[in-house]
Ligand binder design. Structure first.
Ligand SMILES: [Mg+2]
Length: 278
């Protein structure tokens, strides 16, 4: 698909994704709001600018793969897929409904086009991403793998085993992104289990590390472009985001990790998103 070029258009898409998230969660009455809002810029940049993909042909062999390890941000994933044209925007209303293709965590066997991995058990996505990137290398294919992880996931040992393996195999066709919002379900990451110094850890594991503002579409585009140019080693972007971004009254509040807005709150949140000056 053609990349969206203009800055304003991308920012408009980010807002649209955030509004979709709030609406679908309010309709469902449950779901994960905070990080879904915080990652809207990343999803907009990947699906509308960076990734090579074709919504009309979801199984296209040459497509770039998005491995979503942080499966509970499914609402923003679904919104990005729908707005890209994988399925109708109308279907977003079925989030978490019985029999829906849009379950609380993405499942490959629910028949929803565009889903690469059934996710929800945290800490597993990087291993899958490494396997896919290695397969592309072995087959001498040019497609790339992009993965998205929560910062809380950095507390999982399997992440580091996968990280070691990616560097060993020199997987420069893999770019991971860490949603560095400093919070997880139970509070601040530093309180639950400190993960710093994160940059130094990834470097020690042989990765090229980038850091950027994950709520700045231009910074993300620039950083992804640099990551794509890295040769001989995998790359990771530590992206500083705000949980609940776009809704000022809940930003950085971990209590909105897994909570849905009431209909009245949703109305207020949507207004805040639309009024935000970006
Ligand atoms: Mg987090």
């Amino acid at each position: 698909m053609n990349a969206v070029k203009t800055k304003d258009k991308l920012k408009e898409i980010v807002k649209t994704l955030r509004v979709d998230v709030v609406k679908s969660l309010a309709e469902a009455g449950s779901g994960h709001l905070g990080a879904s809002l915080g990652l809207a810029d990343v999803f907009a940049v990947l699906y509308f600018h960076i990734m090579r993909h074709d919504p009309q042909n979801p199984g296209w062999e040459e497509r770039d793969r998005l491995i979503l390890s942080i499966g509970h941000v499914a609402p923003v994933y679904y919104a990005a897929l729908a707005r890209s044209g994988y399925f109708s925007v109308e279907e977003l209303k079925t989030l978490r409904k019985l029999g829906s293709r849009l379950q609380g965590h993405p499942g490959r066997d629910h028949g929803l086009p565009g889903i690469e991995l059934s996710a929800g058990s945290l800490g597993q996505g990087l291993s899958v991403a490494v396997g896919m990137a290695l397969a592309a290398k072995l087959d001498r294919r040019s497609w790339r793998v992009y993965s998205i992880h929560g910062d809380g996931e950095m507390q999982e040992g399997s992440v580091w085993e996968a990280a070691m393996s990616a560097a060993h195999h020199k997987l420069d066709n893999l770019t991971a992104l860490i949603d560095r919002n400093f919070v997880q379900i139970d509070g601040e990451t530093s309180r639950v289990m400190e993960i710093e110094p994160l940059k130094e850890k990834w470097e020690a594991f042989g990765w090229k590390v980038f850091q950027c503002d994950g709520n700045d579409t231009e910074a993300l585009i620039e950083t992804y472009s640099k990551a794509r140019a890295v040769a001989g080693q995998p790359s990771v972007i530590i992206a500083r985001t705000k949980m609940g971004k776009g809704v000022k009254t809940i930003e950085d509040d971990y209590r909105w990790h897994g909570k849905a807005p009431s209909p009245e709150e949703a109305e207020d949140f949507i207004k805040q998103i639309e009024d935000e000056n970006v």
